[in-house]
Design a protein around this ligand. Sequence first.
Ligand code: GLA
Length: 392
Amino acid sequence: MQSAESKTSDRIKEAYLRKFGTDSAEPRVFRSPGRINLIGEHTDYNNGFVLPASVDKAVYFAIAPLAGDLVTLYAADLGETYSFSLNDLSKPDQSWPHYQIGIIDQIKKSGLTIGGFQAAFGGDVPVGAGMSSSAALECCLLFALNELNHLNLDRFSIVKMAQKAENEYVGVQCGIMDQFASAFGKDQMVIRLDCRSLEFEYFPFPMKDYLLVLCDTTVKHSLEDSEYNTRRLECEAGVKILKKYNPEINSLRDASIAIVELHKDELGDVIYRRCKYMTEEIQRVQQACDYLNEGNLESFGKKMYQTHDGLQYEYEVSCTELDFLVDLTRDNPDVVGSRMMGGGFGGCTINLVRIEAVEDFEATMKEAYKKQYSIELPCYRVKITNGTEEIL
Ligand code: GLA
């Protein structure tokens, strides 16, 4: 039987051939996955730890070089086309090409040269679900252009340039987690990444007794990007205050919970709660990894609930739909952990569910969500796959 992944890659290749004609240059096909994150939320831009993995939902590019400096992008899932010259990277009104132009902008800023190309792209990472479809898009295109143009970029450079494309061109001050997970993912493994040193380690995730299931609220509150950037500024404001007393503090990674408590009054209510969540969460990832090493998923799951509570009440990036879904699991003995995942204000919850109870779990969640919001709740059973690659 054909896997869902090869079906999606065939679909994008067919879209390319339909769009550009079967007698046009034979495309090469690249894949870059979306990600989950088990724990360590909003810690990446505070130099903390994260625990993501790349999954079996991905973005695909079917792409071929062209003579000259024209680029034509075909968004297969939208049926829309955008063409531009490599010499004019101005921002179009429609937003989907921003990610791709942002990548070309970074290539140029690095002093590298590429030729024109035509590409069809699309995939099955749900957009707005907090699974990083944008990072997958960025990494996929940059990886493909690296191959096509022999740019000799290693995966670290691809990750950093893709993050900068999002920071500088798209305008979201995201950390490095999503691009890292998309590019460095490994079959069956979660990645513990130290976002300060960029050292990383793969951990096998035991999926024998438990499954990870995502419940997709399908909502995306428009606050997301602006609030995201605000959180970053709030953390920086906290660092500025703490640094006055502790010059060695350059990010919240360097601060302890005790130091945050000591300066509670000066930090003020909002900044204090952001700093409290952050210092606790950075510690939590370390403890959670120890539990994972011991195979103690029950205790791991308790950490996930603590993360959710922190994100809901202290970091304030959750929303009622996410809280509703997490609360529904709290008394369910078959769910050992649940929390909102990703940037917040919508998207998915990630749930650690006993394998024999997954069907019941999904049915219960779907029914309750429908009753509450009149929305069908998509549930995704996660499979952890390799990161960015060429499909040969
Ligand atoms: C978004 C950002 C990431 C990270 C998460 C929250 O996905 O792109 O860099 O900050 O939110 O953990």
